[in-house]
Design a protein around this ligand. Structure first.
Ligand code: AMP
Ligand code: MG
Length: 485
């Protein structure tokens, strides 16, 4: 086995500070590793040489190369899945390789998904298929380029090992980078041990890594909770602005950092409709587009429950402060959502808030009634602000309604350039993602690379990429996503 450069240091801070949540483990061997996608700018940010990662260092991306001093671990966590509590989930097909300090001094987790069975695997095989790992690569990079906080994908490496799903598929490992992998479910797991010292260490670890200002607050653990509430309110508002449907907002898939995590059956909404659901298993629509803010609040209530022993000595007092802090979520979310909508409409700062709010509400009713394509519509408003409303108008049946709304909006003096910096031309549309993943699974990476090129610079309209800006053809039909386990 080749060794890692001596300069590559993978710390084991999580494992050292929280050994009860970290099971030392090693990745499965990979018969024939081959890089399918490598995020070179991210590699550079992490101080990793892309040439080395493609060659001798490929094992760092699959877990078969463990730098000296590193201790890969499977992380323990619990979680509410579709509302039902599972006391022991954990990394069933993932490993935390360790933490790296990046070029700007930030601590980043290097984590693998699809790296083989662990003590948390239950009935699963610990593996992942090429398609779902490339989906996470594309969608998380698109989210990053859209300015939405997210885990990042460093690479996807085909393992050469087949994976049995409904059919036999080629296997892959995703190398993921995150500011940490602490989840609401991590706190639920620690709470369930009844070890208050562990819970306190976990909270202190989270404060140090993500919300350091909380350390100076009169009540640091309450301040941590409030910081997570604020981060999630801002995050989910951003999802709504870009039309992102996470698809599986279980408490184990919600981070403490406020980064989007665990891209499974996620998708970007085409026609605007709050009831939009893509996931095959979300039959009740629990994680529908329009439900995401309410679900985030529900998940944060579960975090509050887990934190109760740290919030006050008496349970009643702890519940009272938790309820009060959780009560800030709705206002924070509304303020973030409204501010983002004003930006999407290019409204200048001085515009009356109440007038802007009515304008937004009326627009939402119009686009919903006419099933207007979310991404194309907002992008086309840039041209409308410049005096050419034809493209936007062409998306409506209710032309009188659109014209009346547009006249009101134009009187407020929208800033077209600002709109073009916030309303993307390109998002990873479902039909394009499917096309790219199908081709990649069959061995052709060209459509994937082209899609990545489009969504990595989503605001920058380029000749030759027209089809990446268009809604799915009718022949694509309705779309269903699968969990990819
Ligand atoms: P996810 O749906 O990816 O958020 O995963 C939910 C839980 O199922 C986590 O505990 C995963 O580690 C576990 N899991 C998902 N897929 C597999 C698999 N193929 N093998 C073992 N565990 C898995
Ligand atoms: Mg998960």
């Amino acid at each position: 086995m080749t060794s890692a450069p001596a300069t590559l240091v993978l710390d084991g801070r999580f494992a050292r500070e929280l050994p009860e949540l970290a099971l030392p483990w090693q990745a499965a061997d990979t018969p024939d590793p081959r890089v399918l996608a490598l995020n070179e700018p991210l590699a550079a940010e992490l101080g990793l040489d892309p040439g080395w990662l493609r060659g001798d260092g490929i094992g760092l991306l699959t877990g078969t190369l463990v730098p000296d001093g590193a201790t890969p671990v499977a992380q323990a966590y619990a979680g509410h899945q579709f509302g039902g509590y599972s006391p022991r989930l954990g990394d069933g097909r993932a490993l935390l390789m360790g933490e790296l300090v990046d070029a700007s001094g930030r601590l980043r987790d290097l984590h693998l998904k699809g790296s083989g069975r662990t003590p948390f695997s239950r009935g699963g095989d610990g593996l992942a298929a090429v398609g779902p790992m490339l989906r996470e690569h594309v969608v998380s990079e698109a989210m990053h380029a859209l300015g939405v906080p997210t885990t990042r994908s460093l690479a996807v490496v085909a393992t050469g090992r087949p994976v049995q799903r409904e059919t036999v598929l080629p296997g892959a490992v995703l190398a993921r980078v995150a500011s940490s992998h602490l989840r609401v479910g991590t706190f639920q797991y620690a709470r369930a041990t009844d070890d208050v010292d562990l819970l306190r260490r976990l909270a202190d670890h989270a404060i140090a890594r993500h919300h350091p200002a909380a350390a100076d607050a009169p009540h640091p653990h309450l301040a941590l909770f409030e910081a997570v509430v604020a981060a999630q309110a801002a995050l989910v508002a951003q999802w709504m602005h870009v039309g992102f449907v996470h698809g599986v907002m279980n408490t184990d898939n919600m981070t403490i950092s406020g980064e989007t995590i665990d891209y499974g059956p996620c998708a970007f909404m085409d026609a605007f409709d709050p009831t939009t659901v893509y996931s095959s298993i979300d039959t009740g629509g629990r994680y529908a587009y329009g439900n995401q803010p309410v679900v985030a609040e529900w998940n944060l209530a579960r975090l509050a429950e887990a934190l109760l022993p740290l919030l006050a000595d008496e349970q009643d007092a702890a519940v009272a402060v938790a309820v009060e802090s959780l009560g800030t979520f709705r206002d924070l979310y509304s303020a973030a959502w409204s501010a983002g909508m004003r930006t999407k409409l290019g409204l200048p700062d001085g515009v009356d808030r109440a007038e802007a709010s009515t304008l937004v509400t009326d627009l939402v009713a119009l686009v919903q009634a006419d099933h207007v394509d979310h991404t194309s519509f907002f992008r086309s408003l840039g041209a409308a602000a410049r005096g050419d409303a034809e493209a936007a108008r062409g998306m409506f049946l209710d032309l009188a309604g659109f014209d009346a709304w547009t006249a009101r909006w134009l009187r407020l003096g929208p800033d077209a350039d600002a709109m073009d910096r916030t309303n993307p031309v390109y998002v990873p549309r479902n039909h394009l993602v499917e096309e790219a993943l199908d081709a990649a699974t069959a061995g052709d990476l060209a459509p994937l690379d082209r899609l990545l090129e489009a969504v990595s610079a989503p605001f920058d309209e380029r000749a030759g990429l027209e089809r990446y800006a268009e809604p799915a053809p009718d022949s694509f039909g309705s779309y269903t996503t699968f969990c990819g386990t």
